[in-house]
Design a protein around this ligand. Structure first.
Ligand code: DGL
Length: 250
């Protein structure tokens, strides 16, 4: 593992940039190459094979840039492809999963709302997590919500969330799990709807700690003493998407 090589991070769009911020906070000396696959978004409502093909293309691209590790900053892509990628490639590959385990630990008898893409909630990975930590958990598929984040359609996203959360007695909700990396960008809107009581949890801090551990174990930490760089790339060949990516990181 070349310690000075970048860490590859990818998502179906700009959602994983929230995860990237957490990775940078934890590992400020690392260089990151972030790839947003906006041209092929959304992943969460596509057939599984199609998502697998997209992820394989992104992975090949990242490897051609000599990344030393890959963070799949996308719950959907992790559920579809992480296992197969780990069997295929010989480098640390980290993935996201809805933070149901920490939510379960915080639960005191109320419910846990799990917001994620239809694909994430359907596949075995989440089903296994649910079987272990799903007491009181209510999975809420959110088709179309990531698109509203990508389009910065804040008012539409607020209305979507109001409608989604309206049927639940929010006084008895202990936690809201943001099981898609796009949703932390809606944290403020979600907080205003659910009030102060429930915890709102996403997995980005956990994955940053995991990346530190994996790089340490492989003796692969960049210890140059210099602040690392972030390079953004996107399958959509438009300057606006790169500008949005930079703005979201800041
Ligand atoms: N950001 C994604 C996730 O964490 C994917 C959303 C999508 O492409 O549908 O699941």
């Amino acid at each position: 593992m070349g310690n000075q090589n970048p860490v590859g991070v990818f998502d179906s769009g700009v959602g994983g940039i929230g995860t990237l911020s957490a990775l940078r906070r934890e590992l400020p000396q690392e260089d990151f190459l972030y790839f947003g696959d906006t041209l092929h978004a959304p992943y969460g409502t596509k057939p599984r094979e199609e998502v697998m093909a997209c992820v394989t293309r992104v992975m090949t691209h990242l490897l051609s840039n000599h990344v030393k590790a890959v963070v799949i900053a996308c719950n959907t892509a992790t559920a579809v492809a992480a296992k197969e990628l780990r069997e295929t490639y010989d480098l640390p590959i980290l993935g996201m999963e809805p933070a149901l385990k920490p939510a379960h630990a915080l639960r005191h008898g109320g419910s846990i709302l799990v917001l994620a893409t239809p694909m994430t909630l359907r596949l075995e990975k989440f089903q296994q997590l649910y079987a272990r930590y799903g007491e009181g958990a209510i999975p809420l598929p959110c088709p179309g919500l990531m698109e509203l984040v990508e389009q910065e359609a804040n008012e539409q996203a607020r209305r979507y969330l109001l409608e989604l959360l309206h049927p639940y007695d929010l006084r008895t909700v202990d936690a809201v799990v943001l099981g898609c990396t796009h949703y932390p960008f809606l944290r403020g809107a979600i907080r205003r709807i659910v009030g102060r009581r429930p915890e709102i949890i996403d997995g980005s801090y956990g994955i940053a700690m995991q990346l530190r551990r994996r790089l340490e174990a492989a003796d692969g930490l960049n210890e140059s003493g210099v602040r690392g760089t972030v390079t953004f790339e996107n399958s959509l060949d438009e300057p606006e998407i790169l500008a949005l990516s930079r703005a979201l990181l800041d």
